[in-house]
Each structure stands twice: as structure tokens, then as C-alpha cells.
Write a new protein. Structure first.
Length: 121
């Protein structure tokens, strides 16, 4: 059983590229700020112990995670619909002309003694 085709909703459209880029930049900057905090905590917290290693590992790995996260668009899993699919099909054959149609042809005959404008003769 075929489900009737629903009209496309504006909410099913993907995010605008400008908005997507600004959201990815914001996420990147937040992760880099967290990295700087981890680096500072690694240096400032004494006595050095397991926290130092945890903050050091975070400061080393966060740039990689931030770059991968910033390069991935959120719209990869979006289910935007193609608007052309919602349009009804109009593929119908043209109707042949009726047999009793009248065709009028107009032909110009040149007079043998008459010269064309701009010509010698």
C-alpha cells in the first residue's frame, strides 16, 4: 500500500551553510578554550599526580578531537526531502492534431521582370 505523498516542510530543510559554519567554529573555539584550561591546570596544580597526567593527555588529544568535530557537518544525517519529488508527474504524450485541421500556407512568388530591392537590374 502506497502512502500518500506529504508536502515538504520548511523544517525538513538542512541548516544554512553560513549557520552551520558558525556553529562549527563556535564548537572548535570552545574545545580550544577547554584545552587551554587543561594545560593551565596541568602546570598549576601541585603536588603533581594522576591529575597532572589527565590534564596533560586532555591538552594533547583535544586539538585532534576539535578539528575532527569542526570538520564534520551536523547535516550528514538529515532527512531533507527533494522538492522535485513532491511535484506531480506531468509526463503525458502530446495530443495528435485532428484530421480535419486546415493548414494554410503562404508562398511568395517572384515576378520574373521585377528586381529585388538593392539589386542591379
Amino acid at each position: 500500500m502506497k502512502r500518500p505523498h506529504q508536502p515538504q516542510s520548511a523544517t525538513s530543510l538542512p541548516r544554512a551553510p553560513r549557520d552551520d559554519a558558525s556553529a562549527r567554529s563556535r564548537r572548535y573555539l570552545i574545545m580550544m578554550a577547554i584545552r587551554m584550561v587543561c594545560f593551565l591546570l596541568m602546570v598549576l596544580i601541585t603536588p603533581y599526580g594522576w591529575q597532572t597526567w589527565l590534564f596533560g593527555i586532555a591538552a594533547i588529544l583535544l586539538p585532534y578531537i576539535a578539528v575532527v568535530n569542526a570538520n564534520n557537518s551536523e547535516d550528514l544525517g538529515s532527512s531533507a526531502q527533494n522538492p522535485e519529488r513532491a511535484l506531480p508527474s506531468t509526463a503525458t504524450a502530446p495530443k495528435p492534431a485532428p484530421a480535419d485541421s486546415t493548414v494554410i500556407r503562404i508562398e511568395e512568388n517572384k515576378s520574373p521582370g521585377r528586381s529585388e530591392p538593392g539589386g542591379d537590374g
